[in-house]
Ligand binder design. Structure first.
Ligand code: SAM
Length: 366
């Protein structure tokens, strides 16, 4: 494998000099965005926790993520950097030495599931190829009961309903292709994480969740089992009418007002997927660290965190209803003037989130 030395923030990194999908060890420079916001989120968790933390970068590849945690976050006791690929393990060891982080970083070569079955960590980062589903049961055993869990998923197509059967197989939840597919996909992922952790008596409370390019990233704090009931109460179904585009969520209804039969999605978590205060703190942390774009995203997540689930894509509605697309800011102002909550969402640049119902929205668009 050809190796080059690069930098990511303050870390020197020996990384493959070849196409990332062909190289023996994976490194994607574009995922620096995910690593930056993860550094800020973990720092905020550490501050709230008020104790030194032991972190597991369970699927480490070059080690870049774990090295950055060790180097950029104050109050880290140890970071374990694990990969089952022996070539990655060698590279992780070299990168630890290159950055003089031997005191804080522990390289590990093995299956992440075995490591998590045998140890407890304050914070676990799961950044797999594709779905994280096969790591969640062991993460649930391994996470401290006041811990923090960060999860990436890159299998967005099944999650967003393009392959309902694959989604059901992997996540146990029925997803369907809708016009709010991005939020639906991340909620399927979050629902699955909540249920996987609740099996091991851990409550996963979402703190910051976002969709970007080809991936979803979710951060949650872990609470004791007493909080699980409250989470489960926030599960419900989505009723989707593929005739007129209407959707409803909560208790099951069989028919849309247009007469068509509803299709069902779920059961799915309908509660908050980001916490306003946590996201605002992450935005401040990003500002301190000069992560400009990441800070803007965290701010946006704070602002949309208390709006109801599932956005309406005005582009889609304008097409279905054959009407002229209004300016999104004007439409939001009109909704607010009529007494509804309304705002933009990071999920889709042409969408609004609002507590106005489908019929009211259509009326106001015409
Ligand atoms: N976190 C890395 C980063 O930020 O650059 C990227 C990780 S890469 C997407 C996924 C890694 O997981 C690969 O290096 C692969 O070898 C490793 N992996 C896959 N299955 C594993 C398992 N069961 N145990 C440990 N490592 C595994």
């Amino acid at each position: 494998m050809k190796i080059q030395q690069i930098r990511e923030e303050k870390i020197k990194l020996l990384a493959p000099a070849e196409n990332m999908y062909k190289a023996a060890v994976f490194y994607n420079p574009k995922m620096a965005f995910s690593r930056n916001i993860s550094v800020a989120a973990l720092q905020v968790f550490k501050k709230i926790a008020g104790r030194k933390i032991v972190v597991l970068d369970a699927l480490s590849a070059s080690g870049v993520r774990g090295l950055r945690y060790a180097n950029e976050i104050s109050g880290i006791k140890k970071v374990f950097l694990n990969d089952k690929n022996p070539v990655a393990y060698k590279l992780i060891k070299k990168n630890i030495a290159l950055n003089r982080l031997k005191k804080k970083c522990v390289p590990q070569k093995g299956d992440a599931n075995i490591l998590m079955h045998q140890n407890v960590f304050d914070a676990i980062d799961l950044d797999p190829f594709g779905s994280p589903n096969i790591f969640l049961d062991s993460a649930a055993r391994s996470i401290y009961h006041k811990g923090f869990l960060a999860v990436t998923a890159t299998d967005t197509a099944p999650l967003c309903g393009s392959y309902p059967e694959t989604c059901f197989k992997k996540y146990g939840i029925r997803s369907l292709k809708t016009d709010y597919y991005s939020e639906l996909g991340i909620r399927v992922l979050i629902s699955h994480i909540i249920l996987a952790l609740s099996r091991r008596e851990r409550a996963f409370i979402p703190q910051l969740s976002f969709a970007k390019e080809h991936y979803f990233r979710v951060f949650g704090k872990i609470e004791h089992a007493g909080k699980i009931t409250d989470l489960l109460k926030q599960f419900g179904h989505i009723m989707q009418c593929f005739n007129c585009g209407n959707r409803k969520y909560g208790n099951i209804e069989l028919r849309c007002f247009c007469g068509n039969k509803f299709e069902f999605v779920g059961p799915i978590f309908l509660g908050k997927i980001s916490d306003r205060k946590f996201c605002a703190e992450v935005a401040k942390e990003c500002k301190k660290k000069r992560f400009i774009e990441e800070g803007m995203l965290a701010k946006q997540l704070a602002s949309e965190s208390e709006l109801p689930p599932f956005y309406y894509d005005l582009h889609y509605l304008a097409k279905v209803e054959k009407i002229k697309l209004p300016k999104i800011e004007d439409f939001i102002a009109r909704l607010r003037k009529s007494g509804f909550k309304a705002g933009r969402t990071h999920f889709c640049p042409t969408a609004v989130k609002t507590d106005a119902g489908y019929e009211e929205i259509i009326k106001m668009l015409k």
